[in-house]
Design a binder for this molecule. Structure first.
Ligand code: GCB
Length: 626
């Protein structure tokens, strides 16, 4: 099945693009996988900026797009020839932003800014590094739209605020010194984008993740996939003579050499003829220690083709659904999860580093979690790699959130493009067990057609993982009813449920009955209540820590009485996060459903959920013994 993954990925995008123009979306070169394993030069650091709400650097005074050579285009370097020469813009040392980083948290005047900011820096390249190498410019993420220019020439465009992309730099364009790099970043929200205009999170703009130059030989390994196949019937994977299927995508006219795959610790080393730009391979591992939260074993895997070699540590595990269970390595698991935004509190900024990932996953670990739902968009690569090494299961999601323009085929293409980029970056992470295609999308025929297309596409592109989406449940007549038709297309039925917060009081949980038409594993992808850290009152008082703790006590009691297809939960949410929609005296621009407050202080509810998770940890994993 995986042999065709890359092929079907390309066919999928090609088909969609055939229906209408998506030239803009495909401007960048396909993503290079495993960037941390490559020869790179960091372009992080201090960049200059110009704030440009009227897009003067892009359009002239007649609002016509500027020509590439226009001296007043902000991608050009406007050095006045003499003192009489008028230049209307300049990148100056007084205006700088740190990259990676959102602009909102870097200066008070940026807090609410939505629009265009031009980023600029110069860089040199070592002649020895350039010799015989191709150069790619890589961005971990830019929110939302990026137009990238080097030495006055446009390299390409990208839309989508949470996924990585890269452009090749033509050799003739690159200089040894003083390369003038400009990125126009625009985070304006729009109804036909993904996400759309309405979200419950902060629209942090900027070059929010790492920027690198990547150096590769003429023919290089662009990306690859190596994972255990998803067992069809939930059977336990073999521990000896384990079959592994994978593929490698080559770039740069391979002239028929050999691709070598090596796993030194297992004494595996096999070569395969590279007759085209894609090589499908099958290996048999003599034995394998499977990756799991208890023992996140990873093996060094090396790929070699001609002059190119790339390696990284990869875990092997299986994930499957069997009846009412989710099976990890053939055993039923219970997911002690928590939903997490990619945001660091105090004072509130987009997470962008390994330290940030360690802070968020460290808190999840303290809570007793074995799983995180990375909401509502792909998080940084540091996060998913750290989850691999810590042994934390991951749900990774694209920002198809609430009221996307479901009837618009171009929006479907954008969503698929982000899905593609999410998978292409993280497809070898053992920690990722679920690809989610969206959150709380309102039921209608056009929406279900859109969402089921995404679910089928995700499965076609990566058949080794489970596919889900966070659905809604409605509470009527004492029942939590799950009847969203999208549930037919997902491997597990995941629902966001707020009984006691958005409806009723927490003690309604005592009598709530769960009713679902799906005979599939049931996962509670959200449940939560708001509380201002440090605000204490009786437990009936909304926004107090006591109310939130009561809510979690009632919810936990209900979880213990769930039907036997209940496989876990990821309550909302680990930490308070900024949201422009939250404006009462307790929230003040923050969604306060965190178990940890915006100052890093743990609220009372943290220990309620922690106690439940410690209890679950002590029990055997089988759901029957829950
Ligand atoms: C939800 C959404 C999440 C919100 C949360 C809330 O159901 O999925 O994005 O932030 O509720 O706090 O209302």
């Amino acid at each position: 099945m995986h042999l065709n993954s890359f092929g079907s990925l390309r066919v999928g995008i090609g088909l969609v693009c055939g229906l209408f123009s998506c030239h803009m979306l495909l401007a960048q070169t396909p993503l290079i996988g495993n960037v941390p394993g490559r020869s790179t030069q960091s372009l992080n650091g201090t960049w200059h900026y110009i704030v440009d709400p009227y897009e003067t650097g892009y359009y002239d005074y007649r609002y016509q797009e500027r020509k590439e050579t226009d001296g007043e285009a902000y991608w050009n370097n406007p050095v006045p020839k003499n003192k009489t020469d008028r230049k209307e813009h300049a990148y100056v040392d007084a205006n700088t932003l740190e990259v990676p980083g959102d602009w909102n948290s870097q200066a008070p005047e940026f807090l609410y800014y939505e629009g265009t900011v031009w980023y600029q820096r110069t860089f040199d390249v070592a002649a020895a590094q350039r010799q015989g190498q191709r150069a790619f410019l890589y961005f971990g993420a830019v929110n939302y739209q990026a137009e990238v220019y080097l030495n006055g020439r446009k390299l390409g465009s990208h839309k989508g605020g949470f996924t990585a992309f890269n452009f090749e730099i033509p050799d003739t364009l690159l200089r040894d010194a003083d390369n003038f790099l400009v990125v126009k970043v625009d985070n304006k929200r729009a109804p036909d984008e993904v996400p759309t205009v309405n979200t419950d999170w902060w629209n942090y703009g900027g070059i929010t993740r790492d920027v690198h130059l990547i150096w590769v030989p003429d023919t290089f390994i662009q990306n690859y996939f190596i994972q255990l196949e998803r067992p069809a019937d939930g059977a336990a994977p073999r521990k000896r003579k384990v079959p592994v299927a994978g593929w490698v995508k080559l770039n740069g006219a391979p002239s028929g050499g050999q691709l070598t795959v090596e796993i030194p610790e297992l004494k595996v080393r096999e070569s395969f003829p590279a007759t085209g730009d894609s090589v499908a391979f099958q290996l048999t591992l003599p034995s394998v220690e499977l990756w799991s939260p208890e023992s996140p074993k990873r093996y060094e895997v090396r790929f070699r083709m001609g002059e190119d070699e790339v390696s990284e540590r990869i875990g092997f595990r299986t994930i499957a659904v069997q009846g009412k269970d989710v099976l990890l390595n053939g055993q039923p698991i219970f997911m002690r999860g928590i939903s997490v935004h990619g945001e660091i509190p105090d004072p509130g900024r987009r997470a962008n580093s390994e330290d940030d990932a360690a802070q968020l996953l460290g808190w999840a670990h303290e809570l007793g979690c074995n799983m995180v739902r990375l909401a509502h968009y792909p998080h940084s690569e540091q996060t998913t790699r750290l989850a691999d090494s810590l042994g934390i299961l991951v749900w990774s999601e694209i920002p198809v959130y609430w009221t996307i323009d479901f009837g618009n085929l171009a929006v479907l293409t954008k969503a698929k493009h982000q899905l593609h980029e999410m998978i292409a970056r993280d497809q070898n992470r053992a920690s990722i067990i679920i690809w989610s295609v969206g959150n709380e999308t309102p039921v209608s025929p056009v929406r279900t057609a859109f969402m089921s297309d995404l679910a089928k596409t995700a499965r076609a592109w990566d058949g080794s993982r489970l596919i889900s989406a966070a659905l809604e449940v409605h509470y009527t007549g004492g029942k939590n009813v799950i009847d969203d038709p999208l549930g037919q297309y997902t491997d597990l039925v995941s629902v966001n449920e707020y009984l006691g917060w958005y409806g009723g009081l927490p003690d309604n949980c005592r009598t709530a009955i769960w009713e679902t038409s799906y005979d599939k594993p049931l996962f509670i992808s959200e449940t939560g209540a708001g509380a201002k850290a440090g605000f204490h009152a009786d437990s009936l008082t909304r926004w107090s820590e006591e109310y939130q703790a009561w809510y979690f006590r009632e919810q936990v009691a209900m979880m213990k009485r769930m039907p036997d297809n209940f496989v876990g939960l990821s309550p909302w949410v680990l930490v308070d996060f900024r949201s422009p929609k939250r404006n009462n005296q307790y929230q003040q621009g923050w969604n306060r459903k965190g178990l940890i407050g915006s100052d890093g202080q743990k609220k009372e509810a943290f220990s309620v959920l922690n106690a439940y998770y410690e209890e679950m940890k002590a029990q055997p994993t089988s759901r029957k013994k829950r």
